[in-house]
Write a protein that binds this ligand. Structure first.
Ligand code: ATP
Ligand code: MG
Length: 261
């Protein structure tokens, strides 16, 4: 069961790109061991919200608290320091490096000798541990990432996010590059991450997936938070009405195509 301990709190956060109000006065909480589904139409502000939490963008207004403390997230390293990791749609991997190198990309373990050397054995051991924990069989860890399938690359990206046991994982369209076959196992993996103690913000256009895995769903529309619903007290149709801004206009029929994307 999801606890009510707040891990992240965003208070009145706004982000402008020139005249574009990408986010306007958004306040939301992410609770401990919760999967929060964040949905909205194109340009609603979803990626902007995740980028603010991951230190890619600075908000123009508002505050972010992590476990009650003002988090002052000004760059990606700040986000990592407070336990927030991100898995991007295109995985952000280096295809011509091997699996271990990708898991440790930018955070290689080093040891001091006459020269600073990469602590290869230790990195291999840690990478193998994380992948085993994810039930991920990717073959030899010396395999180049470019030789892996989309689903396998996704696992490398998740393993990288798990390297320092984050409190929070942000996922922006994580299934966009996956084959249909790979999606269901991926959703199971996300549920397992929650069971192991992570809190997750999950952004996707695939609404049935969002409804399947989320505890709570937040809808953004044109930069504003327009609905916040427990998964069990909403429906696909209602979420679509909020996304489209027709929740108060009588529930006109929405095609299955709109719902299933
Ligand atoms: N770096 C940027 N510079 C200028 N405008 C931006 C930038 N990033 C986002 N925007 C604008 O902010 C608004 C919100 O964009 P955002 O990418 O957050 O939407 P989104 O909900 O993630 O959409 P999508 O579902 O298409 O990914 C859009 O109008 C977009 O054009
Ligand atoms: Mg986006």
């Amino acid at each position: 069961m999801t606890s009510t301990k707040t891990v992240i709190e965003m208070k009145n956060v706004s982000k402008y790109f020139g005249a574009v109000k990408a986010l306007e006065n958004v306040s939301l909480q992410l609770y401990s061991q919760e999967i929060l589904g964040l949905v909205g139409d194109n340009a609603a502000g979803k990626s902007t919200l995740l980028k603010i939490l991951s230190g890619v963008h600075l908000p123009n207004k508002g505050q972010i608290f992590v476990e009650g403390k003002d988090a002052e997230i000004r760059c990606p390293m700040d986000a990592r320091r407070v336990g927030i990791e991100t898995v991007y749609q295109d995985f952000m991997l280096a295809p011509n490096l091997d699996i271990v190198a990708n898991i440790f990309l930018g955070r290689e373990l080093t040891r001091w000798g006459r020269m600073e050397k990469l602590h290869k054995k230790q990195m291999e051991k840690k990478a193998a541990e994380i992948l085993k924990d994810l039930n991920a069989d990717l073959g030899p860890l010396s395999n180049l990432v470019m030789s892996l399938s989309g689903g396998q690359q996704q696992l490398v990206a998740i393993a990288r996010a798990l390297l320092y046991s984050p409190k929070v994982i942000l996922m922006d369209e994580p299934t966009a590059s996956l084959s249909v076959r790979a999606i269901e196992p991926f959703l199971e993996l996300v549920k397992n991450l929650k069971a192991k103690g992570c809190s997750i913000i999950y952004v996707s256009h695939r609404l049935p997936d969002v409804l399947e895995i989320s505890d709570r769903i937040v809808v953004l529309r044109a930069g504003q938070l327009v609905a916040e619903k427990m998964k069990d007290s909403t429906s696909l149709e209602e979420v679509v009405y909020f996304m489209m801004g027709i929740e108060n206009q009588g529930k006109r029929k929405i095609s299955q195509e709109t719902i299933h994307g």
